[in-house]
Design a protein. Structure first.
Length: 364
């Protein structure tokens, strides 16, 4: 009986081997439309400044991916955002600015090297608008999360048709600053509805469209960089620490390939560097903590410090601070007057706060 079973098994294996030898997997894939479109482009980056590269050990923002920077107010997020947009312009990548927080300052962008042309009224000589190699939209035309999604989908569609022949860098500043349609219609800014809208519009569609542009079959490579507001949630156990929360839910955190965080969980995690003279002071730099919390590109996760200025990032080094101060000290003369200044640092927001009941924030 055992011999008969073995014989049948051998015959079955032989028949299976014969079938496979006559089978063409390439032909099968071709017939099913599965024969191509599996290769991805070589990874390229929109570069950081040398100081930021040194602090993070990362070249920049990965093209063809979703990336996020998060942190509390005035921690360095805007400096990073402008820096990325400036370098995108230099690479011929079209920045698409989606500004929903409405703290935008073109003078700051110009100072950091973003190329903007003034539109001048020929009759009055007044500057009436700005234009240049970028696309800009804000709350005057984008009222909801769904509006933002529709705007991005339209640009991607025009690009696919050949009407917008550039790689695109979408910058959204910031998530958590705009409601969804349901919140608007119900007259209540409901965080759960907003998070659901982001999950539907971005997690289920747009975020995937961005990463699909990495395929060699895609003529253009598109990148999404979002700025995210954060809050604080209580520790889950008595021995653990308070947790950082992402405004607008966690869809983007789960979908991004790169997540960078400025500052602390419970407070800013910064120290202000001031030029002081005769009880007057000018804050000319901000020392800030920065970390790479998530990196699905090359796996590097780091923590460091860097100094943010109105002109960009500089190394967290006394010589770099002195060099920057000496180069720009004349700009502060109208406030401080002529003469020598001392440099003082306010470190009151540097260390994490001790957890207290009024520390925790909720979305509103």
């Amino acid at each position: 009986m055992a011999k008969t079973t073995t014989t049948r098994k051998s015959l079955t294996e032989a028949a299976d081997k014969e079938l496979k030898s006559a089978f063409s997997l390439d032909k099968f894939k071709a017939n099913k439309g599965l024969a191509s479109n599996v290769r991805f482009k070589e990874q390229k980056w929109i570069p950081f400044s040398p100081a930021l590269q040194e602090a993070l050990s990362i070249p920049g923002i990965p093209m063809g991916h979703n990336s996020m920077v998060r942190g509390k107010s005035n921690t360095g997020k805007s400096t990073m955002t402008i820096e990325i947009a400036v370098n995108a312009q230099k690479m011929g990548i079209l920045p698409v600015l989606i500004i929903t927080e409405m703290k935008h300052d073109w003078n700051h962008w110009k100072t950091m090297g973003f190329e903007i042309d003034d539109v001048v009224d020929t009759d009055t000589g007044e500057i009436v608008d700005q234009t240049g190699f970028f696309i800009y939209r804000d709350r005057s035309s984008l009222n909801s999360i769904e509006d933002i999604a529709a705007f991005m989908i339209d640009l991607l569609s025009e690009q696919k048709k050949g009407n917008l022949p550039y790689d695109l860098l979408f910058i959204w500043d910031s998530v958590g600053s705009i409601p969804c349609d349901m919140s608007i219609n119900q007259g209540k800014n409901n965080p759960m509805w907003n998070a659901g809208a982001i999950a539907t519009q971005f997690g289920n569609f747009i975020n995937q469209q961005i990463v699909m542009s990495r395929k060699e079959s895609s003529k253009y490579t598109n990148t999404l960089f979002i700025v995210n507001k954060v809050g604080v949630a209580p520790a889950l156990t008595p021995m653990s620490q308070p947790r950082m929360t992402n405004k607008g839910g966690d869809t983007f955190y789960y979908d991004v390939s790169l997540c960078l965080t400025f500052g602390n969980v419970t407070n800013a995690g910064t120290s202000k560097i001031n030029a002081v003279k005769d009880k007057k002071k000018v804050e000319f730099a901000l020392r800030t903590k920065i970390a790479c919390d998530k990196n699905h590109i090359n796996g590097i996760t780091t923590m460091g410090t860097i100094i943010s200025t109105v002109h960009g990032f500089i190394k967290d080094d006394p010589n770099a601070v002195k060099k920057y101060k000496d180069a720009h000290v004349k700009e502060w003369a109208d406030i401080l007057g002529q003469g020598n200044y001392s440099v003082q640092e306010d470190t009151s927001e540097w260390d994490e706060k001790v957890a207290t009941p009024d520390l925790f924030e909720t979305e509103d």
